[in-house]
Design a protein around this ligand. Sequence first.
Ligand code: C2E
Ligand code: MG
Ligand code: MG
Length: 845
Amino acid sequence: MTQITLRTAVVVPFILIFMITMGSIITVQKFSYEEMVEVVSDKHLTSLTTNVVQKLNYYLEEPFQAALSISHSIGQNNLYQKDNLEVIEKYILSSFESLYQPMSQLGVISFGSEAKEYLGFRKEANNDYSLMLQDNRTDGKLVIYQGNAITPQARAIIDNYDPTVRPWYTPVATHGKATWSSIYTDADERQTITISALAPVIQDEQFVGVIANDIKIHTFNAFLKELKQRTKATIYIFDNEQQLVTHSSDKSVVSWGTPITDKGERLLAIESNNPIIYAMAQFIRPLAFPVQSRLYKFDLVLEGERYFSLVTPYTDHHGLEWYIGVSISEPDLLGALPNNQRLSWSIGIFVSAIGIALGLLAFNRITQPITETAQSARALAYGDWETNMPKPGRIYEISVLVNAFNDMTNNLKASFQTLRNQLLYDSLTNLYSREGLIDCCDKLPALNGSLLLIGINQFRNINDSIGHNRADLLLKDITHRVKQLFNNDAYIARIGGDEFAVYLTEGHDNNELKLLANRVHQVFASPFVMEKNSLVINAAIGVVPNNSELLSMEKWLRNGSIALSNAKHELSNISFYLPEMADISKNRTAMMAKLQTAIENNEFVAFYQPIIDLNTGDVIGAEALARWISPQEGLISPLDFIPIAEEYGFIAEIGEQILRQACRDTMLGTQQGKWGETFHMHVNISAHQLSHQDFINTLTDIISESGIQTHNLTLEITESRIVSGDKIVLDNMQAIQDLGCHIAIDDFGTGYSSLAYLHELPFDCIKIDRTFVEQMKANNLDSSIVSAIINMTKGMKVDIVAEGIETIEQVQMLNSLHCPQGQGFLYSRPVPFEEWPTHLVNIEQ
Ligand code: C2E
Ligand code: MG
Ligand code: MG
């Protein structure tokens, strides 16, 4: 489904409604304005035309009536006498002077006879009259006099003038009735545009001549001009040939002095150089003429201005067919109205634009918080917690919404931050967690420092024995010491229950790193004081030296972890990461898998090594040593699988299997008479087993199951693995002794705990580690560790067994130190029960 934004959803309808409303208002206004304009222009043009028509009627009718009256009087009173125009002359002059003088349009009253006589009076500018005469008195020539009578000076004399061929004469002569002449140019020197009202003179029922009253059409021009000045309307009058009769402009309707004829020709309307007349004529031209009864109303556009135009036919009773064209521009018709109208539309559009802009602004303000909220919600959804929060704005409901969103986001942020802190920081020690270390170190510009991984040995046991609360305190103490050691130069993290990582941003060489690792050991060397008890713990350290190939902390930690598990099997408890360790580590993992099936298949067998009374050479006991007889790989040494079994928590099961076998075999050996009543069967017990609460239950089960006498059983516990102050261990050891079994401290002298807490432990036997036996020299025997141990334990009533006796010299030295017991390859290697030697060669000596 296509989606639109809130802004679009709100703004588009608003703009549409606004535009439709404004559009409708403007359209309706324009429409009504047009209607108004139509009506007003109609009325105005019609009234103008009517004005012109009335004036024209008067203008033309007066001279026409005059012509009729004069012709009638002449005919009635027989004023015409052939060859003598004196009577008519007097009559016409007196009529002109007395009756028709005010008729300004009347220029000439003339009479022409069938006998080709001619008489006319022309009105001059000063209201004088000039006589024009052609009769006997002028010898048949047309003479134009200066005044109204025959005088010696003639203004002009024209020969061969024949009035009967003049355009004012022939129409009447032909039809015998009063009519208009066509429009013609005067024959006189002025050549004015003239139309004549023509009336026949009938005397004694005989047509004798024609009266012609000449109307100087240009005089009408004054009226039109004056009308134009008043109304601003352009007016023109034209005839059927569409030739101009007159118009409201100054220009002449005649084209003067054409090369062909120096006589004036009336212009066609379309030849007018008045642009309005020209345009109207253009419009009219294609119409069919004559069009007597029709009005033409039309609009013209000239230079961006609209002109309302009307063409009306004009006729009179005497056969005149003219047309009156009137045109007026919109502003002339309506004054400032069109401009105001245009201005009001512009203002309307401007106001609409402002309205839309304001509306958009307002909607923007309203939708902004919602849009921002949507944007931040989206950003939050993509995990961008740094995104800008929306601002609530001024709308109540929206601000409630936005504020609620912001509150929710802040809560969410806080929860997220807490969660993240929980992930990135160890809540117990406030150090980085594994994830935290990876997170912040991967942000470093380069990972070219060094890494120390510190693993606390036997922490599981510590935890079990001192309880979680105190183990937590211990961890805090450890954290404190580690932090003090490194100050601020390092990123310190607790990456597991008992593992700390220290990433040093500075690169160190291997010697420096070794030194640092030793200092870590020193930090652990002094006991941790837990309430009343003090606890000695030790740590293994895996070191990853400077390496530019490791690009992520994850890889550093993986290598560190490999180095650390390697360190746990080193005497020094320090191991530098080497690439081949990765393979070893892989092997260990594979071994672990195999161990699991080996346990299920009972592939572990106890081998026995005799323990000898060094004074008598008698076999007084044996140590049970685990062997793994793998169907695929044959016999596997405990050194190869015991550490892994301890690390992965399988040791208890293996230990149980061996203990069970050893007890069973002890019973068997005693029954068979192989071993005496006081035979000591030594069985190795891992610290893991001993730190288990129900170890004693298992032990008693096995004892009762096998039927072994408890005094025949000695449990060996490796010294270095005993955690000082571990209550369960101590309780278990006590319980073992209480059962009647013996306890031997194995590998005595190798543990860091040294002898400091020895008095706290219940034990019956000390086994001096093979390395010390090996180190014995005949020349300084008294200062040997073996000597020191024997001396130290003199008052303790414990057995002492020297391990790893390989030579007769060693036996002799041990004898001289009064070491009571021993074991070693010199007497016998560990052998299966069935191969137990009945005769030990070396003892003979
Ligand atoms: P340990 O308890 O100190 O056992 C003595 C080790 O010294 C045995 O090694 C033994 O074979 C070896 N040994 C004895 N005499 C000589 C000698 O003259 N020269 C030399 N070079 N070595 C001699 P083994 O059997 O390989 O066992 C190694 C360690 O594995 C034992 O040291 C013990 O700590 C552990 N272990 C063996 N069996 C078990 C078991 O069932 N449970 C537990 N928890 N640990 C066991
Ligand atoms: Mg042992
Ligand atoms: Mg040992």
